[in-house]
Each structure stands twice: as structure tokens, then as C-alpha cells.
Design a protein around this ligand. Structure first.
Ligand code: 8YV
Length: 321
């Protein structure tokens, strides 16, 4: 039987690409150029599957124009807000993601953002690099301590729980808000707060771990920011679309929010210039899952799903609309 044709939209770790080349007629992207919709459709016209990342927008218009032979879209990510899953389902196209394997790496970056923001890492780093560190002082660069404070986790899924475990080790108490209590929460000391207002009012630290959906878009707006305790620290390693940037920048300027640690941005790689002008912002370029081990595991997980599909089995990570 002829090998299926698989488009791989971005460069992936070498061991993953070698595996793909062995089992598929692979259209790799060695120059790692970014596909637009039209160029993706052109290469997809003779393909059986797509292995994409979050940098491609696979919307209804594109899905409706995919050839009938294309049966699977496997994303190299846990998030799948860049794919219109309902449109794929309507066309009978299977969509898979890569959960689990990036949980710990992303939670590490959530903790990094929390500490980077609360301990003023950007300002300190800049001072050293710009060689303007005049002398040590007992009253400069005072950050916000963690011990005995409360971290609010919005969305106690896999990454939220892994972040909670780290936070508890740092001496934070953890509360969380979800639509319903999470059974797995019993494995970590996290208190469920059913009312969003009550949850926000207690969150001296707030870390976002919900997916980007129409319902969560701009969750962190002026009204919700105002409900946080004054001087709260905000962390976002989930999706930029959860935050209304103008509102958060205003809160950073007023002191309502003392500092932010951000790994994701609405419209990334563009970053709202308001964040860049402030010193109380610890900013990373969406590297939550960027470890050697994790990116390998993500790639192999995506290929496991594709292999299962073409072998006539049900892939382990089918995404539902
Ligand atoms: C990915 C992510 O590394 O998996 C996700 O949803 O946001 C990141 O961890 C990145 O988006 C690559 O697709």
C-alpha cells in the first residue's frame, strides 16, 4: 500500500521528522517558513493528513476547501483553538492534539512567570545587563513574597493541577475556580470556590489555565481585574485571548495589578507595546513547552495519533468540538 502523504507545517525535532519520513510520504518544512491559508491549501491538495502547530489558523473556510482525501489534522499542541473542530467534524476529518506530555514543562513556566513577576526578575536582569547596578540596597527591588499568600487557579485541568502542586511547595495556599469541582483536586490541597467573584477577591496571585473559547475570550477584563485584591500578581501561560490587554495594562499602571508574568499574547508574535513600556512585566515568547524532552514527546505523541489513524485504529487523542 502506498504511504500516506503527510504535510508537516513547521520544522519538528529531528527524531520526529526521521520517524515521519520513514512511515509517510512527508512534505517537511526544512526552512520552517510560515504557511498562509492559500499556500497550505496548495500543498494540502495532494495530502492525506496535516501535522500542524498553533501557528497555522485552520478555520472553516480552509477546512471546507481541503481535498476529500485529507482525513486527519494532528496538531503539535494541547490547545486547539486554532482549528475549527466543528467544521472538521462536519467533513469527517479527525482532529487530534498532544495532551499530557507538556503538562509539567508548562507548569514549570507558570511558576517561572509567577516568580519572575513577583520577584521583579525583569528589572533585576536589566540592571545587571545594562551595567547600571550601582550598589546593593536593603530597600530596592522589593518584591512580593509567596509564603502564606493565596494563588487562584482558573481552570484546574492537567496544567492547572501541576501548577498548583508547585505553588503548594512554595508555600502558597491554592484556590481554584471551574464550572464544577474537579475530582482530581483531592490529590492536591486546592479549595474549590464556586463563585467567580469570591474566587477573584481572594486571588493575591492569579494563574490562568483555561482554553481559549468564545466564552473565555477576554475573561480578564477591567471588571474582573477590579475584583482582585489590590496589588495582585497575574500569570498567563494559557492563551493570550483570555486577557483584555488594554485593561491589564491599565491595571499594571494603576497598581491594581503589581506585576504580570506572561508567556502568551493575543495576536502573538505581536505583543501589545504597552507591556514593553512597563517594568513590572516579566515577558516570555510562548515557550511553555519548549524543552528538548517535551518537544520530542509532543512530536511522537502527534505521530502516534497519525499512525493509529492510518492503521485503522482510533487515535488516543481525538479532540471533540
Ligand atoms: C506549544 C501550546 O508548544 O500546546 C499548546 O497548546 O500552547 C504550546 O505549548 C506551541 O503552541 C506549539 O504548537
Amino acid at each position: 500500500m502506498a504511504k500516506p502523504v503527510l504535510i508537516v507545517t513547521r520544522r519538528l525535532p529531528p527524531t520526529v521528522e526521521r520517524r515521519i519520513e520513514k512511515n509517510y510520504r512527508a512534505l517537511l518544512n526544512p526552512d520552517d517558513v510560515q504557511f498562509g491559508s492559500e499556500s497550505l491549501l496548495r500543498v494540502a491538495s495532494s495530502a492525506d493528513g496535516i501535522l500542524c502547530t498553533t501557528t497555522e489558523r485552520i478555520d472553516r473556510t480552509l477546512i471546507d476547501r481541503l481535498p476529500n482525501r485529507l482525513r486527519i489534522i494532528a496538531t503539535f499542541s494541547v490547545g486547539y483553538d486554532h482549528i475549527e473542530v466543528a467544521a472538521a467534524q462536519r467533513r469527517g476529518i479527525t482532529v487530534t492534539n498532544t495532551p499530557d506530555v507538556l503538562t509539567e514543562a508548562t507548569a514549570d513556566v507558570a511558576l517561572l512567570c509567577l516568580l519572575g513577576a513577583s520577584r521583579r526578575a525583569y528589572e533585576g536582569n536589566r540592571l545587571v545587563r545594562e551595567r547600571t547596578w550601582g550598589r546593593w540596597s536593603a530597600v530596592d527591588f522589593l518584591g512580593v513574597g509567596l509564603q502564606g499568600k493565596t494563588l487562584g487557579i482558573l481552570g484546574l485541568g492537567r496544567i492547572g493541577r501541576a501548577t498548583a502542586r508547585r505553588a503548594v511547595a512554595c508555600g502558597l495556599s491554592v484556590i481554584y475556580h471551574n464550572r464544577t469541582p474537579v475530582a482530581e483536586a483531592s490529590t492536591i490541597p486546592a479549595e474549590y470556590v464556586a463563585r467567580l467573584d469570591a474566587f477573584l477577591a481572594r486571588a493575591q496571585f492569579l494563574s490562568l489555565h483555561v482554553p481559549a473559547t468564545p466564552a473565555t475570550r477576554h475573561f480578564l477584563n477591567a471588571a474582573n481585574l477590579a475584583k482582585l485584591p489590590k496589588g495582585a500578581i497575574v500569570v498567563n501561560t494559557a492563551r493570550g485571548a483570555l486577557v483584555n490587554d488594554e485593561a491589564l495594562i491599565a491595571a499594571l499602571k494603576s497598581g491594581q495589578v503589581a506585576a504580570v508574568g506572561l508567556d502568551v499574547y493575543e495576536g502573538e508574535p505581536a505583543v501589545n507595546p504597552g507591556y514593553l513600556e512597563l517594568a513590572n512585566t516579566f515577558l516570555l515568547p510562548h515557550l511553555g513547552s519548549a524543552t528538548i524532552e517535551t518537544r520530542d514527546a509532543m512530536g511522537h505523541r502527534a505521530v502516534d495519533n497519525i499512525d493509529a489513524f492510518f492503521a485503522g485504529r482510533t487515535p488516543g487523542d481525538i479532540v471533540a468540538a
